[in-house]
Design a protein around this ligand. Sequence first.
Ligand code: BG6
Ligand code: MG
Length: 221
Amino acid sequence: MIQGICFDLDGVLVQTDNLHYLAWKGLADRLGIPFDRAQGDRCRGISRMESLEIVLEHTDHIYSAEEKERFAQEKNETYRAMLARLSPSDLPADVLPTLRELRRRGYRLALASGSKNAGLILTRTGLRPLLDAVADGTCITRSKPDPEIFLTAAQMLDLSPQACAAVDDAVAGVQAGRAAGMVTVGIGDSARRSAGDYNLMCFGQLLDLFLQPDFKSNLRM
Ligand code: BG6
Ligand code: MG
């Protein structure tokens, strides 16, 4: 029985994936390094420092560890300045009604995000009260595709990973959910790449999926 749903944040509950891209792009432009959307897609789900390596892949310049730390900090400051302007009106229209209906139907909902900025985003958007548990980048040592974040979220929900579904827009995130033993649902970029066990074109389609009478018993268990 699927009893819990573990959601990624950036690119699933809110379009902060685009803000990550714009903040990295700002850094890359300042450094004179080409950086495009396809590279931005490869930053989905992975850690800040791993993303920076993708940003730096089209330069021959060798940067020191200290310089890289400063670049990551610079990007994060730009990103947080963007997050400071977020409000509940930035949530896609189907997110709140979908989460409320899933809870009403008895599903327990958790965040499973690798971001250390998740707390700020949940506060700015008003999402926190709709979640039964929050696992974020401050709780883990290994980023997606390692399963740690999804295993932590399931534990916080007091459910086995097999009783949970993982919803993620990143291929690395879908891989993490699968490695945790969860049913995986791709959305956005991961759905376009057919990475999930189920692949959805928009968030609202989760209702169709999870409220099918035979969905809970049909999934692999
Ligand atoms: C993930 C994003 O949610 O969080 C990644 O998809 C990002 O692109 C990662 O690198 C870490 O985020 P933050 O906010 O801690 O830099
Ligand atoms: Mg994401």
